[in-house]
Write a protein that binds this ligand. Sequence first.
Ligand code: UDP
Ligand code: MG
Length: 317
Amino acid sequence: MKKITILCPAFNEEAGIQAFLSILDSTLAPLAENYLFHIAILNDGSTDKTASAVSNYEASNFTITLCNFTRNFGKEAAIYAGLERYQSDAYIVMDTDLQHPPSLIPQMLDYWAQGFKVVESVKSARGKESWIYKLFSTAFYRGLSLLSSLELENHSDYKLLDNEVAEHIKKLPEKQRFFRGLVEWLGFPSVKIPFVVPEREGDSSSWSTLGLFKYSIHNIVSFTSAPLHLVTLIGFLMLIISIIIGSVSLYQWVIGVAVTGFTTVILLLLFIGSILMISLGLIGLYLAKIYDEIKSRPTYLVQDEINYPMKKKNQEE
Ligand code: UDP
Ligand code: MG
């Protein structure tokens, strides 16, 4: 039987995780004749009772592994940890807040059985999101596709990966990963399943606006150096403009009508100053990225790992 590992990053999900597990359980149960399921909850340093909610969950038909990190390392690290730690024939990565409907799993497995190594779910309608979240995510995806030709709008992390694809992802040397982007970058033929994002179970999204902004910048920087080229281009344009304005001023000085436009000088100074600052900042971003990679620190640290064997409730009854 083929082994399927369900990788579920969880950060402060105590309110919804039991509901998630029970829906997942009943979705997987009819498929258990053909597949061996393993559910891995990657508890990403939750500060609430997520861990005990998992251990108190009684009715599972499947083995559940609870992997507790020492602190919050982020969802990307959690996904990577799951791929790295659990051997499997295929992986399904999904959120634990029921925004990734388990009902897609049978279809994902069907596609996998047909030979697709990547099955992706795409958002055909987005759930309730604040306008600022929508604005950020649209700007981010448009920017990313413009600068790095990665088309990821409406993609989600809810994916099935064949072990072969997972192996490739694990072999990539970078420490800071952007799962969605990397899967796309690998370029395996994939099939897409549309889904409507339901409302979040439990508390509101764990992303803060600032966090989302940092995540966006970080992902653009790790996927393309186009902004650096852009800066060079702007520099050249500025140089051409400066030469024109310089020649004009020089000419005015020669024919004796100089000292006009104090305002122009100030404006130019400010403009050049800001362009310089932006360019320096950008270079800094890439440097920081290199620094982070060079430090080579582990992506995540595990505090403990607990296996809850399957409790065959059907047999007990
Ligand atoms: N998550 C995580 N670590 C984090 C933040 C989130 O493991 O630092 C998990 C979270 O528990 C959920 C999934 O990643 O299962 C997606 O998070 P969330 O629902 O907050 O994000 P959104 O749905 O807004 O993208
Ligand atoms: Mg969510």
